[in-house]
Ligand binder design. Structure first.
Ligand code: ZN
Length: 280
């Protein structure tokens, strides 16, 4: 439906007027480059999402994060590729721009965020990559047993599962609450590079306004595929991917998942891209 001069258009998901005067609006040159075609089914098949948290600003990620200084991501990609057959399912690998909990050289160590397990493994140095990949991805020793086909991910997340254990000073903890992962990879594509940080600002603002900073968390992540559908947001623990997300949609997105409201989630359907693969 096109708007007439006296009647502004309304976004059906957020209920905001377009253009919105309440939330930040994307630059017109970026909006022009967004694809308005069908987004359903635009998510590559994957069962786990591994985010490598290092204290590198998202704006400084090279086009391919494998080229990051120190070869940490390159080594990780090599191990994942080498063990691909014994892992037996696809893993989505991205970088995340975080303040790391250790003072070690970011090119040598990282904090791993693993979804849908929703765990954080801190302080893994480059020599320990292989051991951790083996334990979590090959031996399936994690909060979620991806290879256990008898229980759904939802059922497993509710259980009081044991955390995996590792040598030395590697620390593993469960992450609670809602996690919103937003593609902010500027050097890969300007659309996510411009829109992503604006979405992060809105998430942070809305979480503070609604006093939910203990339960709502966010990560700036690198390329996930589908820049033409920016803004791209992945919600965990559900594993749902959304595209063409506007700043106006953030309150609805957070309310829907923080309250587990199916009615609110239904309003997000026009933004749906796909889902973490939970079927065999
Ligand atoms: Zn708005």
């Amino acid at each position: 439906m096109s708007s007439t001069e006296d009647k502004p258009s309304i976004d059906p998901c957020s209920g905001c007027e377009m253009p919105c005067s309440k939330h930040a609006t994307y630059p017109p040159e970026i909006c022009q480059e967004i694809d308005h075609g069908s987004m359903v089914g635009s998510v590559d098949k994957h069962r786990r999402h591994l985010c490598i948290g290092q204290s590198v600003p998202a704006s400084q990620w090279p086009k391919d994060v494998k080229d990051l200084q120190g070869d940490y991501i390159a080594e990780l990609s090599r191990v994942l590729k080498e063990k691909k057959a014994s892992i037996g399912y696809a893993v989505k690998l991205t970088s995340a721009s975080v303040v790391t909990t250790t003072s070690d050289d970011p090119s040598h160590s990282a904090d791993w965020y693993i979804f849908p397990d929703q765990i954080k493994i801190s302080n893994i140095n480059i020599e320990q990559i292989e051991q951790v990949i083996q334990t979590i991805f090959v031996d399936d020793q994690s909060v979620i047993k991806i290879k256990d086909q008898t229980k759904s991910i939802e059922e497993q997340l509710k259980e009081d599962s044991n955390l995996p254990t590792f040598d030395d000073n590697i620390k593993c903890e469960r992450l609670h609450g809602l996690w919103l992962l937003v593609c902010c990879h500027y050097q890969r594509d300007q659309r996510c590079g411009v829109i992503g940080p604006m979405l992060i600002d809105e998430i942070e603002k809305y979480a503070r306004e609604t006093d939910r900073t203990d339960n709502v968390h966010w990560l700036k992540i690198s390329h996930i595929g589908g820049h033409k559908f920016a803004g791209n947001v992945i919600v965990y623990p559900s594993g749902t991917w959304y595209g063409r997300v506007l700043t106006c949609h953030i309150p609805l997105l957070i309310d829907a998942y923080a309250s587990s409201s199916e009615e609110l989630k239904n309003k997000l359907k026009p933004l749906y891209r796909g889902h973490l693969d939970t079927t065999w």
